[in-house]
Design a binder for this molecule. Structure first.
Ligand code: COA
Length: 316
């Protein structure tokens, strides 16, 4: 089968690319919502240099591959992505495409390449066969509010703390406090954080411009925000909402504040956004504490993302 490079992809190419990625996803993870076309296209055509290849097949594509070449070749790895229609797999097409992506990465001066796979799909043996090693595992979990009762957790009310909540951008009088609480996510020193009141506002702005709704519940101790949780309800498909950041400031951990704010969020959403059927969250595989909170709330494992790295010299 012929492989052609898409130098200036047209709308029909983007449609064919998305159709193929969706078909592969549905086949590998039956029942899981396929990525929507903005996600597929954003992933492939976001910022930075890229090269794209496709195998024409029937009315569309039988296989596609992309290599993203971000930033400085001396420090950043290339990112490769290969998709083959289920009926055309195990004939070496994936390997041929990976070889083109690897050659492009090497020619661009990259010494390493990254790729992502979902556990339990053929991408895992494919990548491991070709010199990739797993660097990081991230588990995503899903909660169906209708199937869980969080009222006992929402009523925890630890002494000395109270809850507040807002939609969209943080109220002005709390913006600096909120930026400090956000910094707690990385256990940064207060002076060392990338989170400032302006960054917090810009982030909320960005969510609003996408047409999505941002909900925040925070725990206050006196005037200080000591814990918070954020959920985003997408404007286009509000059925599945996404957990964003949750953090508790170091001096206030161990008092079930994380569980409390998350349970209060679930009760709020159930009232305010009853159309939300599922909430999805990601936990890095080693974040045992947050996993325990999520399990107590009724989150169940959904899928496992595996991040892979290969030395460019080891690739086909
Ligand atoms: C991963 C994927 C691209 C592989 O495409 P492919 O055309 O079937 O790959 P190849 O035929 O070149 O396979 C090369 C080798 O990978 C390994 N491999 C691929 N699929 C495998 C599977 N289902 N089970 C076990 N090993 C597998 C084998 O060693 C295979 O060699 P072999 O057929 O001689 O045994 C394809 O399954 C796919 O599109 N998956 C969904 C997209 C995806 O997750 N991409 C992310 C990875 S970048």
């Amino acid at each position: 089968m012929d492989i052609r490079e898409l130098v200036e992809p047209e709308d029909a190419d983007l449609d064919a690319w998305h159709t193929l990625v969706s078909a592969a996803h549905l086949h590998d993870l039956p029942g899981d919502p396929a990525p929507d076309s903005t996600q597929t296209i954003g992933r492939i055509f976001g910022g930075g240099a890229r090269r794209l290849w496709a195998v024409p097949y029937r009315e569309g594509f039988g296989a596609v591959a992309s290599v993203w070449l971000p930033g400085d070749p001396a420090v950043r790895a290339a990112e490769v992505d290969v998709h083959v229609l289920p009926e055309l797999r195990r004939r070496g097409l994936g390997t041929r495409l990976l070889r083109l992506a690897a050659e492009a990465a090497r020619a661009n001066g990259r010494s390493a390449a990254l790729a992502q796979a979902l556990a339990g799909t053929p991408a895992v043996p494919f990548l491991e066969r070709h010199g990739f090693r797993c660097l990081l595992i991230t588990r995503s979990l899903v909660l169906r509010p209708a199937e869980t009762d969080v009222s006992a957790h929402a009523a925890l009310n630890p002494e000395g703390y109270r809850l507040i909540r807002w939609t969209g951008t943080v109220p002005d009088h709390l913006a600096v406090q909120f930026a400090l609480a956000k910094s707690a996510m990385a256990d940064h020193d207060e002076g060392d954080s990338a989170w400032t009141a302006d960054v917090v506002r810009d982030t909320a702005d960005h969510v609003a411009k996408r047409g999505d709704d941002l909900y925040t519940v925070a725990a206050l101790h006196g005037p200080r925000i000591v814990g918070f949780t954020e959920v985003v309800v997408p404007g286009d498909v509000p059925v599945r909402a996404f957990q964003y950041d949750t953090a508790v400031v170091p001096g206030h951990r161990g008092r079930r504040i994380g569980l409390w704010v998350k349970a209060a969020m679930l009760e709020w959403l159930a009232d305010e956004r009853p159309e939300v059927v599922e909430i999805e969250t990601d936990n890095a595989g080693d974040n045992a504490h947050m996993l325990a909170v999520n399990e107590a709330l009724g989150y169940r494992p959904l899928r496992e993302f595996r991040e892979y790295l290969a030395q460019a010299a080891d690739l086909p």
